[in-house]
Write a protein that binds this ligand. Sequence first.
Ligand code: ATP
Ligand code: MG
Length: 673
Amino acid sequence: MSTLNPRQQEAVLYTDGPLLVLAGAGSGKTSVITRKIAWLIQEKGVPARRIAAVTFTNKAAREMKERVQSLVERGQTRGLIVSTFHNLGLRILKQELTASGLRRGFSILDQTDSKEILKEILRQGESEQDLNAVDAVQKRISDWKNELILPQEAASRAEEAADLRSAMAYEGYSRMLRACNAVDFDDLILLPAQLFREQPRILDKWRHRIQYLLVDEYQDTNGAQYELVRMLTQPEGRFTVVGDDDQSIYAWRGARPENLARLQEDWPALRVVKLEQNYRSTGRILKAANTVIANNPHVFEKSLWSDHGYGEAIRIAALRDEDAETDWIAGDIFHRRLQNRLQWKDFAVLYRGNFQSRILEMKLQSLQIPYKVSGGTSFFGRGEIKDLMCYLRLLVNPDDDNAFLRVINTPRREIGPATLEKLAGWAAKRDQGLYHVCDDFALGEIMPGKAAEKLRAIKQWLDEKRRACFGHNSLQAIHELITEMDYEGWVMQNASSPRIGEKRMENVWQLVRNIQRMLEKQEEEDDGASDLEAVISKLVLMDMLEQQEEEDDSDRVQLMTLHASKGLEFPHVYMMGVEEELLPHRASIEDDNIVEERRLMYVGITRARESLALTQALTRKQYGERVDTIASRFLEELPLDDLVRIGEGFEKDEEAEDRVAENSIANLKALLD
Ligand code: ATP
Ligand code: MG
């Protein structure tokens, strides 16, 4: 406790009513949460299993858990929930299975899965146009779900034709998901909230289960999450939420920073604590962050200070092109690490979009600098790999409904949602997997003969493939599987360019080669019984491990998007592509939503503890052409006296260096180094 400042102590000690900690970056908000959990367990005697803390990313949840574990004795954290909002929702659904209308082993669809289903539903619509709108419809449905609006209400509220069409699709989509015993990501919040609304007994149970709730990054909650928190903590309001409106960067995904203000209305007894000391960054980095964000309008006034010393100047490097840009970053990391005896993991490179990481990755590879990309699409996360994996999973486990749902229309077999819904209804009645009932004779009675025939045919074909795969030449059978369904044709047809299509097929063949290698190894080890099954189980495990790999904290340079970096901190931070149209992003410029981009800039700057460098490529390749870029407007908002400019366009900017030196004589030496 003694290491906390008085404001932080107040926030930890106050447990009698609702509490909001509203403060800028690096002021110890997350620290308040972890300390408070420890305080509740150790001093207030609240059993750990009665406490829940939620945040937004798995990485943040993991870090929070680790911090708590370092504060309390082992064994004392048993039953403590520290998870993302979505994982908390999942936990509730799993425990309230029947009440939420789900069956055991329900599938969780990711965005690409749910888009395929939505496409099928839109295909049933009258006009061709419908299909082009699939992204917009998906977004609309997600927005509704994030505001706890159910299909019927969406339809009755719709004012335009397009809205009404989306609402109809929403209705069909929801029915389809229910029938197939599947939920999507948004459902993980929507369904528990709906359950709590409709079944007070269940809500009571969970209120008892969670006696104290803590929420980090509160500014990023959406309407549904707000409601979930509100219901769970009524009537006493035993909660602590912490947030920073300047770091709200998920409005496009339905987050509502105004939830911070709404709290005060909904909870008149709300106590608000503001923190003002920043413990993370040097004075200069903090000043840069403050001056940039001052350009946004503010509801809550905050001021941050730091006593970490003024620190080295912020470097702005303008390089010839993206190659030179990544070259500079990689070289700088290399030298700094050597010079200052740092570790690779002391460095982070942040960017606006995932696509920006590729060229940097190549550069780091060529210099043999170990790195880790967080949050990008991994091998098993690629659509084509998922497709093939689902086939393989279904081959070894016909009960895998999740895999079946992907397989059935990959490639497209014109098996529509109405058919699938009926199939799913029948399977549920029989208490069997979807695959199993595909050739039930009774299907002919509940759906058009042609539809039933299609299902029977695909089952027959898959049965055949299963036999072949478990026969004496599994590998050949897998090759046959891929060619017989003309998977390549399907991939090429769906790819935006032939090159991308070819790349995807390369990935598929790479997976096949891996299987071959694993099969060969398996044969050496075993007597040969059901090799394929063993190999596929291993692959599924690898898939899971790859997801977990994020968790390992070996010594590597960290690469991630600005969005993914929220809540984290690193000694040395590089932000690349600080250019108009990248940051701020072109879409935001068009929508006139610069304020959110500026908050993103603020998040990026405030990740840095000791040094910060912002880079710009003066030219960039776009759609095969080299174009000149324009420096981001945010660079102009930085305090001039704290910058050094580096790069082609600038001979040595002595004047700037003088200014910086004057500004901080103490750091003169470091600067000249
Ligand atoms: P963000 O807004 O980026 O999420 P935050 O407000 O959650 O930041 P923390 O991550 O909790 O801030 O804290 C930032 C850093 O300051 C951490 O390294 C933390 O250990 C340190 N810190 C927090 N409070 C104190 C304190 N009272 N004394 C010393 N260090 C502290
Ligand atoms: Mg935090």
